[in-house]
Design a protein around this ligand. Structure first.
Ligand code: ZN
Length: 167
């Protein structure tokens, strides 16, 4: 397994729309293992392939302790959404930034697993939040895009400050 470099906002690659995976082969499985390792290393609960510069429709989540419930999603489709919840979200591509985002409370998602087999999952709470957040990444969407333009401006200012501190 190899740690991959996580791209940070405003890297333009984070805005790419990912393409479907044609064939779940060894290379894809290796990529997924790397994604889990990279996510755990940064204490994340989700990571999308677009965040490491790979434009494929793959993301991984594990919302509890490390390796407790790792789930990989390939070519995911959210087939049902219901209810509403607000949860303070963060993102490995926007370190230091947190904001409450409105998402569906319950979702149903269909995808291929690491073995290339179709599965359906019903999720709620933080797992549903993580899935919706990662799903957005595959279409080049970031969690701050859900905020009002005023809140987005404040966050952009904060990000600029954070970047200056890190120079
Ligand atoms: Zn993210």
């Amino acid at each position: 397994m190899t740690l991959r470099k996580i791209l940070h906002y405003p890297n333009p690659k984070l805005r790419h729309t990912a393409k479907s995976v044609d064939n779940v082969d060894k290379e894809i499985q290796r990529l997924i293992s790397d994604m889990f390792e990279t996510m755990y290393e940064d204490n994340g609960i989700g990571l999308a392939a677009t965040q490491i510069g790979i434009d494929l429709r793959i993301f991984v989540v594990d919302v509890h302790e490390k390796n407790k419930n790792p789930i990989a999603f390939i070519n995911p489709v959210i087939i049902e959404q219901a209810g509403e919840q607000k949860y303070p979200e963060g993102c490995l591509s926007l370190p230091g930034i947190f904001a409450e985002i409105k998402r569906a409370e319950n979702i149903k998602i269909e995808a291929l697993n690491k073995e290339g087999k179709n599965f359906t999952l019903e999720a709620n709470g933080i797992l549903a939040v993580a899935i919706q957040h990662e799903f957005d990444h595959l279409d080049g969407k970031l969690f701050i895009d859900h905020l009002s333009s005023l809140k987005k401006q404040l966050i952009k200012r904060k990000l600029k400050k954070l970047r200056k501190q890190n120079l």
